[in-house]
Design a protein around this ligand. Structure first.
Ligand code: AMP
Length: 396
């Protein structure tokens, strides 16, 4: 094994996010730089920050230079090799949204794996093709490097059958209509750090609230996922920035059958126009909604809090009680007022907030007398991917 760095790649439809981790002599991965190229094909922008969050580069790019993901990869690769000439890559870890029913672990990508992942694209048409385009491009340009696919669904493969099926005829389950669950790399990271940051709860009944622009909840028992609010797609569960969360399927039947809505229009409505944005008519950003005086902005915040608390109750029922609630991601890590309201709505579960700790953003935000505790633990999906990539090459 030669080399001392892992590159993490997260490719979307119009953006490429990447992070470079250095392996130190103690075998620990440390962030060296994190960057992204947004607006691929329209108004590309290139930004990179160092490990302390200081800007290393921030500039506009010519659209002709970055027409598609593989152009962005070439550009980012060139920049990284120029600015970090001492780092030799050991492997590249890719975020891949869908691992289907079979991939419960990250996997080294060879031709057979790539073909299997391509077959899963219809299950996640908005993300999987872009994730795979990055793998394809890097397999071509860096064929000597191991490419490791890390899945958002994999962590949830420990779900019992009850949390894996829908009450539909079995032929649909066989055809792949299952509750896969998402945000798995975030939950896996949280589960991996709980033994250090909160050892008393790590083996207990924990609900993790990943509240970002995408949002979901995961029920952990002894660090393993037993249920989650997202299912077949990342649309289900709690409301999100632009996605509605759980929706009566009758609404979809009405929109298609009576209003003649096409699949493409429905997709746009459900992924881009709903959630906090749709309900408020103001923004998908929780910061702006909290500041807004528009009644519908307040309604959107109330709706978010209400449904997050309601689903926490549902997952607590699945777990047969609750030992701890963990907040993470953009809203979970940075919005004390939202955390306070959610915890207040969960008072019946025995959680008592320590308001000062919550305002400060301490790791533990519940009082010592609280029967169930509450925590803020920053997530780090990129580090999780880097660790997986390293494990794959060390085991190879
Ligand atoms: P993420 O997807 O985890 O990056 O989360 C992004 C979202 O977090 C943004 O769209 C905001 O709504 C939310 N967010 C970030 N910082 C704050 C904050 N200080 N207060 C409220 N919401 C925040």
């Amino acid at each position: 094994m030669s080399g001392n760095a892992i590159l993490v790649v997260n490719a979307g439809s119009s953006s490429l996010k990447f992070a470079l981790f250095r392996l130190d002599t103690a075998g620990v991965l440390n962030l060296a730089a994190r960057g992204q190229i947004d607006g691929i094909g329209s108004q590309p922008q290139f930004k990179v920050k160092d490990d302390a969050g200081r800007a290393l580069v921030e500039r506009e790019l010519e659209v002709t230079d970055v027409r598609e993901v593989k152009d962005a990869i070439a550009l980012a690769g060139l920049w990284l090799s120029t600015h970090f000439p001492g780092e030799a890559l050991l492997a590249i870890g890719h975020r891949v949204v869908h691992g289907g029913a079979d991939y419960a672990q990250p996997v080294l990508v060879d031709d057979a794996v790539f073909a299997a992942l391509e077959k899963l694209a219809p299950l996640a048409p908005l993300h999987q093709p872009h994730n795979l385009a990055a793998i394809r491009a890097l397999r071509e340009t860096r064929p000597e490097l191991p490419q490791v696919a890390c899945f958002d669904t994999a962590f949830h493969r420990t779900h019992p059958q009850l949390a894996d099926v829908y009450a539909l005829p079995w032929e649909y389950y066989a055809a792949g209509v299952r509750r896969y669950g998402f945000h798995g790399l975030s939950y896996e990271y949280i589960a991996s750090v709980l033994p250090q940051v909160a050892p008393a709860i790590a083996q207990g009944r924990v609900i993790v609230a990943h509240l970002g622009s995408g949002a979901s909840l995961c029920a952990l028992r002894a660090g393993r996922s037993v249920d989650s609010t997202m299912g077949f797609s990342p649309l289900d569960g709690i409301p999100m920035g632009t996605r509605p969360g759980a929706l009566d399927p009758g609404v979809l039947l009405y929109l298609v059958g009576q209003r003649g809505m096409t699949a493409a229009a429905l997709e746009k409505l459900l992924y881009k126009q709903s959630g906090l944005l749709g309900l408020s008519g103001v923004s998908n950003d929780m910061r702006l909604l909290q500041e807004s005086t528009e009644p519908r902005a307040q309604l959107a915040v109330d709706y978010f809090v209400h449904y997050v608390a309601k689903e926490i109750g549902a997952l607590a029922a699945v777990l047969g009680g609750l030992d701890a609630l963990v907040f993470t991601a953009g809203i979970g890590e940075n919005a004390p007022a939202i955390r306070a309201r959610i915890v207040a709505a969960c008072a019946w579960l025995g959680i008592t907030l320590d308001s000062n700790a919550n305002q400060r953003g301490d790791i533990c935000i519940s009082t010592t007398a609280s029967a169930a505790s509450a925590w803020v633990v920053p997530t780090n999906e990129e580090l999780m991917i880097a660790r997986h990539a390293l494990t794959q090459v060390q085991g190879a």
